[in-house]
Design a protein around this ligand. Structure first.
Ligand code: FAD
Length: 545
């Protein structure tokens, strides 16, 4: 309510619309530079596309094939930045790329490609890649198909907790004085009396059901896949800017799909690359790339996508017999690609970002990747400040961009090699197992101490059998991380729903009880939260049957 009050009463230098990774990155950068900034998100932070990615901070090996060297160079540089500023969320992940007889590129060609990949990263990689023969590949992943295997490449990129990366940007912006609100939707943009400039927005608080007229010198839309529908609804129609394509993932338990490395596979149907990625006690596989005909508010996996993913898995891991019955979770998201008229194939649409407008007080950021969010935020803000200077509205004493060096809240005091000694020390300090310490440190970094502050023995117990998440995380999500719905807690703050969708329904009532007490939900509200949560899970698992 404090944030809502400020939104209603202050005049802002900048209003950012959309709390995905791009909006979150911009609001943090702006707050760090000393701007009076506000961010509004119509759902939960990251609930659009940004928690539904393949969770990789990567250079994009496949962009070498299309000679997008600039994008690879930029992405690998940002990968190095993220490993430094958020080492708990952006962690080195070994990849294995097996090469078979008849593949589009042979082992030698792939080896040369990876030398280029490492070189474009200026060799700032956890380990230089290695080419290996069949035996080396099978020593790393024994369940891979042996028939036709020639060899493979072992290289490194990073895994990332995309939802938490988004959230930590928001939390940092807030701690620096920014106003950040989830469940607050922009319905209309307001123009000056002569219509020449956008000067504010009408915002609806979807929790309290009130509205506010927000005044801002500059507005940035970071609404991702919603960009066109948002602009149309807000009275700012223009030519189509975004082409949204759907990508989906499925989750299987590690005991059924035991891998040590992420594995790059080529679909036997269309030769597109898919990844199998180890994820704690689970393994996930994705992604697809298909046109999305429903609106951006309803994005779930279809049976065709499930079959496409499982076909590739069976091709590469035939002995594991992974079937639809082994799937314990799914997620799907929309890539907000910049529309390129005339380009028919989704796969060929560029992953680069573009910044539109600005002269009239409204800027639009579209496209890009999770990996490069920090750089996109910097470039967008540099342009916004340029426009404000031109219109004579740039505030004084604006500082330079600091996001390249300032750690995210959980990254403070952590080195890139934190995982070697810290979990043991943390476990001893808090009297918890090393596994739990590892889980908490990987999720919260140095903020993990606060999660356990004041937690009794019961709060340190797992919420769901077979998963590390504990009750103290639900408490922390409500008190410190702006979780206000059951879905926020189960899907994004703890990831329980993504890993064990159906099992999560058994524990949802107890989580709802705990949240109801803290958030003072009525019985009707508690029931409504449970119903909405059940419906979300049913949608995620509908294609699984
Ligand atoms: P979003 O996260 O969608 O944020 C936009 C937000 O705007 C939404 O939360 C929405 O609710 C909000 N909004 C819309 N309208 C309004 C309104 N009127 N008022 C207030 N708020 C509004 N990139 C990588 O680097 N690595 C990967 O591994 C990777 N994998 C991917 C896999 C898939 C399947 C997909 C789909 C994408 C992947 N990407 C990856 C790309 C990356 O996830 C996206 O580029 C990025 O998340 C987009 O962020 P965004 O902030 O632009 O959009």
């Amino acid at each position: 309510s404090d944030a809502w009050q400020r939104l209603n009463s202050e005049s802002f230098d900048l209003l950012v619309i959309g709390g995905g990774i791009n909006g979150a990155g911009i609001v943090r950068d702006a707050a760090l530079r000393g701007l009076n900034v506000a961010l509004v998100e119509k759902g939960d932070f990251g609930s659009g596309t940004s928690f539904r990615s393949s969770k990789l901070i990567h250079g994009g090996l496949r962009y070498l094939e299309t000679y997008q060297f600039g994008l690879v160079r930029e992405s690998t540089a940002e990968r190095a930045v993220q490993m430094r500023v958020a080492p708990h969320l952006s962690r080195p992940l070994p990849f294995l790329f097996p090469v078979y007889k008849g593949d589009p590129h042979g082992l030698l060609f792939m080896d040369m490609g990876l030398w280029l990949y490492d070189a474009l990263a200026l060799f700032r990689v956890p380990k230089i890649h290695r080419a290996m023969r069949e035996r080396g590949v099978l020593a790393k992943e024994k369940d891979l198909k042996k028939e036709g295997l020639v060899g493979g490449l072992h290289y490194f990129d990073c895994s990332a907790d995309d939802g938490r990366l988004t959230l930590e940007n928001v939390l940092d912006a807030e701690s620096l004085g920014g106003v950040c609100l989830n469940y607050a939707r922009v319905d209309k943009l307001n123009r000056s009396s002569d219509g020449s400039r956008v000067v504010g927005a009408k915002v609806t608080d979807l929790v309290g059901e009130s509205t506010a007229e927000v005044h801002a010198k500059m507005i940035i839309s970071a609404t991702g896949a919603w960009t066109d529908s948002f602009l149309e609804g807000a009275g700012e129609s223009r030519e189509k800017l975004v082409r949204a394509t759907r990508g989906s993932h499925v989750v299987v338990r590690k005991e059924k799909f035991p891998i040590q490395n992420a594995v790059t596979m080529l679909s036997p149907t269309d030769q597109r690359p898919l990844f199998v990625i180890p994820w704690g006690d689970h393994t996930y596989v994705g992604t697809t790339d298909v046109d999305h005909s429903e609106g951006p508010d309803r994005v779930f996996i279809t049976r065709d996508e499930v079959d496409y993913i499982l076909e590739t898995v069976s091709h590469y891991f035939p002995s594991l017999n992974i079937s639809v019955d082994d799937i314990t979770g799914t997620w799907s998201g929309l890539r907000p690609l910049v529309d390129e008229p005339g380009v028919e194939s989704n796969v060929k649409v560029s992953r680069e970002h573009e910044i539109f407008g600005g002269e009239d007080g409204l800027m639009i950021l579209a496209g890009g990747k999770l990996t490069t969010y920090r750089l996109m935020a910097k470039q967008t803000l540099d342009e916004a400040l340029g426009h404000l200077a031109q219109s004579g509205e740039k505030p004084k004493d604006i500082e330079r961009c600091k996001t390249r060096d300032r750690p995210l809240p959980g990254g403070r005091g952590l080195g890139e090699d934190w995982s070697e000694t810290l979990p043991r020390e943390f476990a001893q300090r808090h009297g918890v197992t090393e596994q739990l310490a590892d889980h908490l440190l990987k999720s919260y970094g140095c903020r993990a101490d606060f999660v356990l502050e004041g937690a009794d023995a019961e709060a340190k117990e797992p919420i769901c059998p077979g998963l590390h998440h504990i009750w103290a995380e639900v408490d922390f999500a409500v008190s410190n991380e702006m979780a206000i719905t059951l879905e926020d807690a189960m899907v994004r703050r703890t990831l329980i729903a993504m890993k064990e969708a159906r099992k999560s329904l058994e524990i949802a009532p107890a989580v709802a009880d705990r949240m109801a007490e803290k958030l003072k939900w009525s019985e009707g509200e508690r029931k409504g939260q449970l119903e909405r949560y059940r419906s979300w899970i049913e949608n995620c698992m509908e294609a699984i049957g």
